[in-house]
Write a protein of this length. Structure first.
Length: 296
């Protein structure tokens, strides 16, 4: 599972959490030496007969539809004849507006000490506390500010608060204000630099790359109603149709790795055959587990 793959240290955002391009080159060398790269379509076909896959198969997946995937990843995969599976959120590609999840990434990468944002966020919460009936700042911080494998308490507080905990309208209001202050006031230009275009996607598809669904607006599917989930998936399928992906035997990559039983039922009815999670493990390609495949 890959996200940002770029020359990070010399970029405008050296603190972005991604993979250096040179490290990706080295990983490709290692993977090609010890494993056999397979395509997303190979995996779909192997659901009926796992023996169709070669020994030690590996599928390379790339989430979120970043321009990195065209400028950095695709040339290497093409030269080495390695297939890749790419999962862009439809809204980011079609509307050319940065998604909240990416605004948060670059907001955190634009401040030398992300924890310094916490008092400013507290002030914004204070200004909206009565309207949205919010808990105290101390209660919210205690609830959300726990460390994790990748981030410390302050960063996790900011991510969890702005990604999911607050009401959507307030989340977007706070994110927009901070993004414009610390990152960019020109969202259209920023999105142009961040995301793939439809033409680039079609070029990649013509040259051996495969694309699947990653939702429309990159939301937590397990936090919305079944009706909202269905609308999100339907818009994502419309996007896949627009870029030329067959909707027979398609693949889904869950934004944030979030899904529930309602999601799985909708996907099965809509013809999805492979679902990719963020659970960390080796995937066992079997029809009974095909919609909940883990990734490394």
């Amino acid at each position: 599972m890959y996200h940002y793959v770029r020359e990070i240290r010399c970029s405008r955002f050296p603190a972005i959490k991604g993979l250096e391009l040179q490290d990706f080159r080295e990983q490709l060398g290692y993977l090609r030496k010890h494993y056999t790269p397979v395509s997303l379509q190979d995996c779909v076909e192997a659901l009926d007969d796992p023996n169709r896959l070669p020994p030690n198969p590996v599928l390379l997946t790339f989430d979120d539809g970043y321009l990195d995937h065209f400028t950095s990843v695709f040339p290497l995969l093409f030269d080495l004849k390695v297939p890749g599976a790419f999962f862009p959120p439809g809204k980011a590609i079609m509307q050319r507006k940065p998604l909240d999840v990416n605004k948060i990434h670059f907001l955190l990468a634009s401040t030398e000490k992300p924890g310094a944002l916490v008092p400013e966020i507290f002030l914004l919460l204070d200004q909206n506390r009565l309207e949205f009936n919010l808990p105290s700042n101390e209660a919210l911080y205690k609830e959300l500010a726990t460390g994790s494998r990748f981030d410390g308490p302050d960063v996790n507080f900011i991510k969890r608060l702005l990604q999911k905990r607050l009401p959507l309208s307030l989340r977007s209001k706070i994110i927009d204000r901070l993004f414009q202050k610390y990152v960019s006031r020109d969202e259209a230009a920023f999105a142009q630099e961040l995301y793939l275009s439809v033409d680039q996607i079609r070029c990649m598809m013509k040259n051996g790359m495969h694309f699947g669904a990653h939702g429309w607006g990159h939301c937590w599917l397990n936090s919305i109603s079944v009706e909202e989930q269905e609308a999100e998936l339907d818009r994502s399928l419309e996007f896949l149709g627009h870029i030329g992906v067959s909707q027979h035997g398609w693949a889904m990559c869950y934004p944030y790795g979030a899904y529930n039983d309602l999601t799985l039922g909708l996907l099965a009815r809509k013809g999805c055959v492979i679902g990719l999670t963020t659970q960390v493990n080796i995937a066992e390609l079997h029809p009974s587990k095909a919609l909940i495949l883990p990734r490394l």
